[in-house]
Write a protein that binds this ligand. Structure first.
Ligand code: ADP
Ligand code: MG
Ligand code: MG
Length: 939
């Protein structure tokens, strides 16, 4: 049987988004709910894929379209483009994921020189008919025939200027007829052909244009940014036209079933009298509010309110809606589960639970970790009156205040002097990194949300606003000129930027902690007390309810990566159930670097031992600090990991320094000579794969002996203080069971010694990291010597792919995104089909030797939402992430537990959920715009 390419609106439903696209699936759903949807049908995404691979439409598609069109014609008792009484249709794109503004819709298909007369006669409204015809040529020309849209817009504007009209409503029938002539000429000039008069040909060309638009540059760039797979294709909806431009009793509008920024239920939307759909968004005239619609057309308003309620009950979520009123008759043109701000997402989820529309489990799945993250950033104090200078695109959330600096040097020197600075650049490039690191925030005049500044700032968690095109940055003159205000700011002037809204303020704006953050770190009481208003209190309550439920449901434990007592305490207050990765290298840096240097340079055992002896009390007190902070909870201590040269001076620098000394005739000391020799000896071509991890511990056994003794003695000391220390000793970079055996034997001896010396019993688990493919493969053997596994997924990603992160990210990752080799960076989201398989194998093989072997993940993936779902699914026991990600991981682990029960999650990278963080910021921007619109209207 031939593939079915076309579905009538009566045949589909909301769960068929893959095939019918979001718009088509929901049009079908509304049709089946008995809502007034104009009749129509949907051409599947499969047809689009077939078209794109073959280069032409499948023949059976043409036939199917004909029969569905006939059906619509029969229902409507009109024929497409009939000269005396034409059926008109819209041709609308609609992919599985909404791609706003990417592929445009063509309205009024079926009009031509003859049927326009018929439409005029039938409607008794000549002006309306010609208005519809000129709209068709304009949209068709631009969207289907790729003619520069400005040509049409300019002709329209010129006509209005000529006649000194105030707007489109002033145009007469004759004006519109004149415009149609002009438009047709534009088409002829641009394409060399007349505007197509055959209605079916218009329709077919429009359908093909929608198919093709899937592959435009714009669409590809958008998909890449939003991580939408390239191979989905779009559906096409053919929908009977209804007319909002049929005079004063007609109009078109959009609305939400609840306020998408607060979540409160209420009337929320825009309506435009005597207009067609695209006019609302285009902002050609000021819109009315829905409350105004109630005044103008109570009957339609009441019906709309009823439908809003029905849709919300049916979808059990906030919906957004497009509707049109044709001479007092309401038509539904679109609905979908509406986008919302992060705060609204939490409030709505809890409201819906309270209204008994969804279960508490479901409420957890209605919010995301990324939404939670965005609620944790500090905010500007809303009560302060701040002057908005200009705005750009919100690229990385947060609120920061500081002096303007224009380059790295200024940034670093002012920060060294204790100032807070905002780095302002035309755009940034890798050379600006130092300035970005030093600055509290980054502001650029150019670039979008995927510009260098945006990507890097997000990576660093630095507040960032990009693309503030109102600004002219002159680094040489030291000025930032604000065009719209005709105002010049200078380096040193204070500004404030809001990375959630994109606003740029002049002068100091007070920054307050987010009440949600206060809640997370100090509990509900404190969070409520910190809330400035009822809405915020409601938000804090909502976050508490959802997070508490997620905690109750999750199987995964959440630990934090913390190297010092402060981080440990902070993460504990965020809900961490232990430290999953305590790195020890910092304990050898700073003043102590000299001691390690001494270890490396030592010529005799006594010399080396002296250095170890000096390090011992220092190490011990480090551990006492962190074990105390995590009293009663596990702390996984990783033995020294990085290559030795990281503790030594830089080879080139040292060589140059000594060469210069020699040249000047100055004396090079014996120590310096030995140092240079040691640096040379420890220099590695590829340090990532060199003398590091356990290899270092075997090469210089004294180092890890020292560490193990320090851990054991710290443990004794804590116990003597009445505490409950729970360290776990973790050996990095294990590849072979023998490596672990050697370390374990040594460690057990030392621990036994410490027990004997102190009379305190210690039970210290000794486990290892799995960060080499060999370790994952040999996990069955390694587990015999190991008390736990911790997957170091950063290194495992590097070693599995055979690339080093520092070298590849800048060098070719962008090309890999372009080629579609990566959907998301494998350092951000676990590459489930490669690296993830090794993790799964490691867990399975390890547990085949030791059933129930405790397995954790301590790479950055431990804080990544998608990866957390994967780890949950393969039976990992805990994830460990940076302290700030702990709340996110708690929530996502809860979501994973709940959704793994109810639905199958696919981890195919191609369909990996979109870049949530970017989506959230995007949304926040949209909502801010919307709020501004509303404010404007309120005035
Ligand atoms: P988008 O995906 O950009 O929302 P739509 O396909 O929804 O594009 O169409 C753009 C505009 O045209 C919307 O305002 C929509 O309501 C309106 N529209 C689409 N089809 C029809 C129709 N059959 N009759 C009247 N208006 C329509
Ligand atoms: Mg729409
Ligand atoms: Mg590692």
């Amino acid at each position: 049987m031939a593939t079915k390419y076309v579905y009538s609106f009566t045949e589909g439903n909301k769960d068929m988004k893959d095939l019918l696209g979001g718009k088509g699936a929901n049009l079908a759903e509304m049709t089946n709910l008995g809502l007034p949807v104009p009749p129509g049908f949907t051409i599947t995404t499969e047809a689009c894929r077939a078209y794109l691979s073959a280069g032409h439409t499948p023949e059976t598609l043409d036939v199917e379209v004909t029969s569905h069109l006939r059906e619509v014609e029969q229902t409507m008792q009109k024929r497409l483009g009939d000269p005396s009484d034409p059926l008109l249709v819209s041709v609308r794109s609609g992919a599985k994921f909404s791609m706003p503004g990417m592929m445009e819709t063509v309205l009024n298909i079926g009009l031509n020189d003859e049927s326009v007369q018929g439409l005029a006669a039938q409607s008794g409204d000549e002006r309306f008919a010609w208005d519809s015809y000129r709209r068709l040529i304009q949209m068709f020309g631009k969207t289907v025939q790729d003619i520069d849209g400005d040509l049409f817009a300019n002709a329209l504007q010129a006509l209005q200027d000529r006649k000194e009209y105030k707007g489109d409503l002033d145009m007469t029938t004759d004006d519109l007829k004149e415009l149609v002539v002009e438009y047709k000429q534009i088409v002829k000039d641009a394409t060399g052909e007349d505007f197509p008069q055959d209605p079916r040909r218009q329709m077919d060309l429009a359908i093909e244009a929608v198919f093709r638009s899937w592959n435009t540059d714009r669409a590809r760039i958008y998909r890449r940014r939003e991580r939408i797979p390239n191979d989905l294709g779009t559906a096409v909806n053919i929908c009977t036209m209804v007319f909002g431009n049929m005079g004063e009793t007609s109009g078109t509008g959009v609305c939400f079933t609840r306020d998408p920024s607060t979540g409160h239920s209420g009337v929320y939307g825009d309506y435009l009298i005597n207009a067609q759909g695209e006019d609302v968004v285009a902002g050609i005239r000021n819109t009315l509010s829905l409350a105004d619609l109630e005044r103008v057309d109570k009957k339609s308003y009441d019906e709309l309110r009823g439908i809003m309620q029905k849709l919300e009950t049916h979808y059990r979520d906030l919906c957004d809606i497009e509707f049109t009123i044709q001479q007092g008759k309401l038509w539904m043109l679109q609905t979908r589960v509406g986008k919302r701000t992060p705060a609204a997402a939490f409030r709505v989820a809890v409201q819906l639970v309270d209204e008994r529309l969804i279960t508490t489990d479901e409420s957890v799945t209605r919010v995301t970790g990324d939404q939670l993250t965005s609620l944790l950033f500090p905010q500007f104090d809303k009560s302060a009156s701040a002057k908005v200078l200009t705005r750009g695109m919100p690229a990385s959330p947060g609120a920061s205040v500081g002096e303007i600096v224009l380059n790295n040097e200024q940034a670093e020197s002012r920060v060294a002097e204790g100032a807070s600075v905002i780095l302002v650049r035309r755009e940034t490039n890798p050379d600006d990194l130092a300035g970005m690191v030093a600055a509290a925030g980054v502001l650029t005049a150019r670039g979008g949300k995927t510009s260098h500044a945006a990507v890097v700032a997000r990576g660093m968690g630095r507040c960032c606003v990009v693309g503030a095109e109102d600004l002219v940055v002159d680094e040489v003159a030291g000025t930032v000129y604000v065009k719209s205000q005709d105002k010049t700011l200078h380096a040193g002037d204070v500004i404030a930027i809001d990375g959630t809204t994109g606003e740029v303020f002049e002068g100091e704006v007070p920054v307050v902690d987010s009440p949600v953050m206060t809640y997370i770190s100090h509990g509900l009481e404190a969070g409520l007390a910190a809330s400035p208003d009822e809405d915020t209190q409601e938000l804090v309550y909502a976050v508490d309810r959802i997070l508490t439920h997620a905690d109750a449901k999750r199987r995964l434990e959440v630990r934090a990566n913390a190297d010092n007592p402060e981080d440990a305490e902070r993460s504990r207050s965020f809900g961490a159930q232990g430290v999953g990765l305590c790195r020890t290298e910092h304990m050898f840096l700073g003043d102590r670097r000299k001691l390690i240097e001494a270890v490396i340079l030592a010529e005799t055992e006594e010399e080396q031992q002296a250095a170890f002896d000096a390090l011992m009390p220092l190490q011990k007190s480090d551990f006492v600090g962190i074990f105390s902070a995590m009293d009663g909870l596990p702390v996984t201590v990783r033995l020294i990991d990085p290559p030795l040269h990281e503790f030594l001076p830089d080879l080139t620098e040292l060589s140059v320094e000594l060469a210069v000394k020699e040249a000047k005739g100055e004396e090079v000391t014996e120590h310096e000579k030995r140092l240079l020799a040691a640096v040379k000896a420890n220099h590695e071509q590829n340090p990532m794969l060199g003398l590091r991890g356990v290899r270092l511990g075997l090469k210089i056994p004294g180092l890890i002996k020292l560490q193990i003794r320090a851990i054991a003695e710290a443990c004794v000391e804590c116990k003597k203080q009445g505490k409950d220390p729970r360290p776990e000793i973790m050996v990095p970079l294990i590849g072979s069971i023998r490596e672990l055996q050697i370390v374990r034997d040594e460690a057990e001896k030392i621990i036994a010694d410490v027990e004997a010396e102190s009379g305190v019993e210690l039970a210290l688990p000794i486990g290892n990291m799995i960060e080499l493919p060999r370790a994952a493969v040999a996990a069955e053997r390694i587990a015999a010597e190991s008390d736990f596994f911790s997957f170091g997924t950063n290194d495992l990603t590097q070693t599995t792919w055979g690339f080093s992160r520092d070298d590849v990210e800048a060098a070719f990752f962008n090309d890999y995104f372009d080629y579609g080799i990566f959907g998301t960076s494998p350092f951000e989201t676990i590459d489930w089909s490669g690296v993830g398989q090794l993790v799964e194998m490691g867990v399975e093989r390890g547990r085949s030797t030791k059933p129930g072997l405790h397995c954790g993940v301590c790479g950055e993936h431990g804080g990544d939402p998608v990866s957390i779902h994967f780890f949950d699914a393969i039976g990992i026991d805990y994830v460990s992430c940076s302290p700030f990600r702990v709340p996110v991981a708690r929530l996502e682990a809860g979501r994973a537990a709940i959704s793994n029960e109810s639905e199958h999650i696919s981890f195919a990278p191609a369909t990996a959920p979109v870049d949530l963080a970017a989506q959230v910021t995007e949304l926040a921007a949209q909502m801010a715009d919307l709020a501004n619109e509303i404010r404007k209207q309120d005035k």
